[in-house]
Design a protein around this ligand. Structure first.
Ligand code: HAM
Length: 431
């Protein structure tokens, strides 16, 4: 009977057939981050709702429209819509920010946002993200951007544009807000309901409203780059000179404001031109005020997050190489139940050496065992019957060449099989 309960709209299953794509990205991202001195942090899937209201911001689309929240035993919790808030909360709560600066962490986690699903936009998606606390220098901004750039390159992704901007500090923001208010005031009637209140509380959020009318109006709004204070201007200039020095190509896009309230100074996005409208594969920036805002000692910080589903989409569209999972090395086919115990022991001894070894556990006849081992793509097969067990030797068949050799099932077996298997793996690599 068909199961009529389906997965929720905007979520995805990753089946064992496709998991190698995730493993490839996770491995490369982790290895690259390790080279920059980042260590993994793991945090809860849900947090007190207040954490996101106070960090991501009350007037953002994420908090106003997209959070999955529940009230459980009179406390309001929310499934994390992103990784920064929870990570910073954890760094504060675990005393990590009292240690020698900078502190650097990375995470791989699921995020939840109630958005309209489309290609590259999900309601449950996954991020690889990093956060670095304790440096206010633009060299840290350059280091973080360089790391994101390295991960993208190490994955083999091409056709990506890096866009950077500075959205200033609270000082420049105050002037900018005045200019935005004046600009939007006489267009107020055309703005969406949510943007009416944004106009009063946080006019910058109108700039990333997803309503088509608001975003059309926002096209000609004043630009933050014209309102930067000398310190923010200098910070941005220095960052650009570091990027030039590293030969990292970028464009300054004064329209990037990012959809989350905590950002100050540098913001950036890496955009792929190969996956359609939802092309931002990585977004990040500096957030010097957040830790203080959450009750900690003022500590500058910055980071980025990449959407894993969007990275996979880009890699698939560009034909990038994923690392395949390891192949089944040996299928042992017992002729009947009497030799199953022997097959089991043999399999265990090879599994202990790191090989993928299978034997029949569902009671197939010999012919259908061979068909099944074909499906697994086993490199070698070995048929075991009473004769083989009693004589202490069996035939090992190379499934690609068809060649058969006789192999002793004594103490020399593991070493001999390992040599043959390693040779086979090398011959595949150099084929
Ligand atoms: P964000 O731009 O909201 O930033 O998300 C980062 C990345 O997550 C995006 O560039 C995109 O690749 C992916 N993403 C976002 N929403 C979706 C979705 N609905 N479906 C699929 N992928 C999505 C942040 O979350 C910040 N916490 C990044 C950061 C870390 N800033 C500083 N540190």
């Amino acid at each position: 009977m068909a199961l009529n309960i389906k997965r929720p709209n905007g979520t995805e299953d990753v089946t064992p057939k496709n998991i190698y794509k995730w493993h490839t990205i996770e491995k490369i991202a982790k290895e690259t981050a390790a080279g920059y001195g980042f260590k993994e942090i793991r945090i809860p899937t849900f947090e007190n709702t207040e954490l996101f209201q106070r960090s991501v911001g009350e007037t953002t689309d994420v908090v106003q429209k997209e959070m999955y929240s529940v009230i459980a035993k009179e406390t309001k919790f929310t499934l994390r819509p992103e990784g920064t808030a929870g990570t910073i909360r954890a760094m504060m709560q675990n005393g990590i920010l009292n240690e020698a600066m900078p502190q650097k962490v990375y995470y791989i986690l699921s995020c939840f946002r109630h958005e309209r699903p489309q290609a590259g936009r999900l309601r449950e998606f996954h991020q690889f993200g990093v956060e670095m606390a304790g440096s206010q220098l633009p060299s840290a901004d350059a280091d973080i951007i360089l790391m994101a750039n390295d991960i993208i390159n190490n994955l083999g992704i091409k056709n990506v544009e890096l866009k950077i901007n500075s959205i200033g500090c609270p000082k420049c923001r105050a002037e900018y807000h005045k200019a935005l208010k004046a600009f939007f005031e006489d267009k107020k009637d055309s703005l969406c309901e949510t943007c009416h209140s944004r106009l009063e509380k946080n006019p910058m959020r109108i700039l990333d409203c997803k309503s088509p009318v608001c975003s059309e109006i926002a096209q000609s709004a004043p630009l933050i780059t014209d309102y930067l204070c000398p310190e923010c201007r200098e910070h941005f200039k220095k960052l650009k000179s570091y990027l030039d020095n590293l030969d990292i190509k970028y464009t300054v896009d004064p329209k990037i404001v990012r959809g989350l309230d905590y950002y100050t100074k540098t913001v950036f996005e890496f955009v792929s031109t190969d996956i359609g409208a939802q092309g931002t594969i990585c977004g990040g920036g500096r957030y010097d005020g957040l830790i203080g805002q959450l009750g900690g000692q003022q500590t500058p910080a910055l980071g980025f997050a990449m959407g894993l589903e969007r990275l996979i989409l880009t890699m698939e569209n560009q034909g990038c190489r994923f690392e395949e999972d390891k192949n089944c090395m040996l299928y042992i086919a017992p002729m009947d139940e009497s030799v199953t115990s022997f097959a089991m022991k043999l399999a265990k001894s090879l599994r202990d050496e790191g090989f993928w070894v299978e034997y029949d556990t569902v009671g197939r006849g010999l012919k259908s065992q061979m068909k099944y081992s074909d499906k697994l793509g086993a490199a070698f097969t070995m048929v075991l019957g009473d004769n083989e067990v009693n004589s202490g030797s069996a035939k090992l068949k190379n499934m690609k060449s068809g060649e058969e050799i006789t192999i002793s099932l004594d103490d020399t077996f593991i070493q001999k099989f390992s040599n043959i298997a390693v040779n086979e793996m090398f011959s595949e690599v150099f084929e």
